[in-house]
Design a protein around this ligand. Structure first.
Ligand SMILES: Nc1ncnc2c1ncn2[C@@H]1O[C@H](COP(=O)(O)OP(=O)(O)OP(=O)(O)O)[C@@H](O)[C@H]1O
Ligand SMILES: [Mg+2]
Length: 115
């Protein structure tokens, strides 16, 4: 199953993606985190997390370009869940990951205005 998190900039996509990935992993599933953001926040976070050997480790791949949809579908055949963290903009890899997704999570960012 492919779960894509795609929304605007700074809308907590990566926080949700890594939390969902860890939850599913700790529930006994094979999980792949697909980092589709050139900013690489999710893979950086996993690198940091991997320093603690007491924690379940999660495999991460970085993907971009026109073959993202095909690649995600192939990877989904090998894992219980592929969790996709997208960049905060309208771009090809993000759109292709939505096309491949079984579930799309779209956090709605609501700015707090100070009067
Ligand atoms: N549940 C939460 N409540 C409040 N703030 C949060 C929450 N989750 C994340 N944040 C904060 O929101 C900001 C953006 O989070 P995050 O990096 O997950 O968003 P993002 O959508 O992945 O951003 P980007 O578009 O840059 O990739 C960070 O400063 C983070 O600390
Ligand atoms: Mg992010």
């Amino acid at each position: 199953m492919i779960i894509t998190i795609f929304a605007t900039k700074s809308s907590t996509k990566t926080s949700i993606a890594v939390s969902v990935a860890v939850y599913l992993k700790n529930s006994g599933n094979d999980v792949l985190l697909a980092d589709l953001d050139t900013q690489s926040s999710a893979s950086d976070w996993l690198d940091y997390r991997s320093e603690n050997s007491n924690l379940n480790q999660i495999v991460c791949v970085k993907k971009n370009g026109k073959n993202v949809s095909r690649d995600l579908i192939e990877l989904a055949a090998k894992y219980d869940y592929v969790v996709c963290d997208c960049g905060g903009k309208d771009y090809l890899a993000g759109r292709l990951s939505l096309l491949a997704a079984d579930i799309a999570l779209i956090p709605i960012f609501q700015p707090i205005y100070h009067c």
